[in-house]
Design a protein around this ligand. Structure first.
Ligand code: MTE
Ligand code: MO
Length: 457
């Protein structure tokens, strides 16, 4: 390590990323382009990551090497926060009946847990690995699931009160593998930090859902021409415990509500829908923010205007129409509801931080990709900080809203420290960005490329 660096590079990045970058990459006013990683900086970073960096000449300045990114504390929230207790060092792992202890708790009250990318390596996400997102309390499991009551009312010809038992008997069940993704997935990648649960890429899962098509039920009740929007309600008590107070109630415009892929779900991966995932019955509105997929479903209200339940309006599940200055005060007039989720890809194998034996020159990769309402056209992989890209082999979705698994084999020219990046492009040609732009106060639409660190030797 260079004697000029008085602290470790890691500490420096944590305290003062700008200066750390200047130390590592060099920064000269008379040089247009910032210097590439070299000299003392290269030696220091190499020591910190535990190996030489074969593609260091491509490492963009301003990019905090992946090895340091995790050691970085979250950037300060825009609003002045009261003195909080020191954040725990490592992740907090989930301890919940029927769920994997590899899930990471990102909120304790309400309970929110995400699935690390490397735990999303199954074609179909098993129940125990499926992420959890609650806004209120977790209700007690229904004792008699088939007696669960659902009401469909509002702008319909024949309002309907139906039990789950009747729903199963009267409507043709279908099973589809579909992605459910939290609207805030990727939020932690925003700078400055956006308000809400700090998801990395793990607010997502792709399960086999069994249920009745929502559109079949809507046809049975007869939607009036005055219908413009839905409002969804669940039985979970508000965090405050206040009776009648709703935790979350969102809705969709009719064009999305009538999508034949929307299901009223009672089965997940061949099992009765577990209570933690909204059992005995929930909605599944694939492709759009997960918050629309009401758990513990009690009511679908067809409305003659845009729904206004908790979770609608202001900055909730809304993105800016025109770009805003990151961290600035926002104007609700500049916002619209987030509809289709953005394109995303993840590397599910190997896991981030994997060490490979010296002499390893080839790595087999596996991953997943999806793009809200759209299909993924291609997935590209880079091992040299984006200088060159290689096309992954991409599977077709089993049905609409299924994710697409991909595989690739990459060559590594020597021992050392690498970052492997994945970038998906949807059928419209929209690709994942290097870093997340388009800041918004609650951090929706953050879909930068996923990168893992791999050390050979
Ligand atoms: N009744 C109810 N439904 C809900 C929620 C909730 O808090 N209450 N959370 C929503 C959000 S924000 C998401 S991302 C998904 C998460 O579903 P999961 O916990 O089964 O993964 O459920 C949605 N449905
Ligand atoms: Mo969510």
């Amino acid at each position: 390590m260079s004697g000029k660096i008085e602290r470790s590079i890691e500490e420096l990045y944590a305290d003062d990323p700008e200066r750390a970058d200047a130390v590592v990459f060099g920064r000269r006013a008379d040089v247009n382009r910032r210097g590439f990683l070299g000299g003392a900086g290269l030696a220091a970073v190499g020591a910190a990551v535990g190996g030489a960096i074969p593609f260091s000449q491509n490492m963009p300045s301003g990019l905090i090497p992946g090895a340091f990114a995790q050691a970085q504390p979250a950037s300060p929230a825009p609003a002045p926060a009261p003195a909080a207790p020191a954040a725990p060092k490592g992740p907090i792992y989930l301890n919940f009946p029927g769920k994997s202890d590899k899930l990471v708790v990102i909120g304790e009250r309400p309970l929110v847990a995400e699935t690390p990318e490397s735990q999303l390596d199954d074609d179909t996400t098993p129940i125990d690995k499926f992420f959890i997102r609650n806004n209120g309390q977790i209700p007690e499991a229904a004792k008699e699931p088939d007696k669960w009551q659902i009401r469909i009312d509002g702008e319909v010809n024949k309002p309907l009160d139906i039990t789950l038992g009747e729903l199963k008997a009267k409507f043709k069940p279908v099973t589809q593998r579909m992605v459910l993704e939290c609207g805030g997935n990727g939020r932690s990648f925003f700078t400055p930090q956006a308000r809400g649960n700090q998801w990395t890429n793990g607010g997502v899962g792709c399960a086999e859902w069994t249920g009745a098509r929502l559109v079949d039920v809507l046809k049975a009740v007869g939607v009036k021409p005055s219908a413009v929007f839905s409002g969804h309600y669940g039985a979970d008590p508000h965090l405050s415990g206040e009776a009648g107070k709703v935790s979350l109630s969102r809705g969709v415009p009719m064009k999305k509500l009538m999508d034949p892929n929307n299901l009223i779900v009672w089965g997940m991966d061949g099992q009765p829908l577990p209570n933690i995932h909204g059992g005995p019955v929930r909605l599944l509105i694939p492709g759009w923010p997960g918050s629309l997929s009401a758990k513990w479903l009690t009511r679908i209200w067809i409305r003659d205007k845009e729904h206004d339940g908790p979770g609608m309006g202001q900055f909730s599940y809304r993105v800016a129409i025109k770009p805003m200055v990151p961290g600035d005060k926002a104007d609700p007039k500049n916002f619209k509801d987030l509809e289709s989720m953005p394109v995303r890809s993840i590397i599910t194998n190997p896991a981030d931080g994997t060490k490979l034996a010296a002499g390893t020159r080839e790595v087999k990769l596996r991953g997943a990709s999806w793009a809200g309402d759209h299909e993924v056209r291609q997935v590209d992989i880079s091992t040299d900080y984006g200088a060159t890209w290689q096309r992954a082999s991409l599977s077709k979705p089993k049905n609409k809203y299924d994710w697409q698994r991909w595989t690739a084999t990459v060559k590594l020219p020597s021992d050392g420290y690498y970052e492997i990046w994945t970038r998906a492009t949807d059928t419209r040609g929209v690709a994942q960005p290097h870093v997340v732009g388009f800041w918004n106060p609650q951090g929706y639409g953050g879909n930068p490329m996923h990168r893992i660190r791999v050390l050979v030797g």
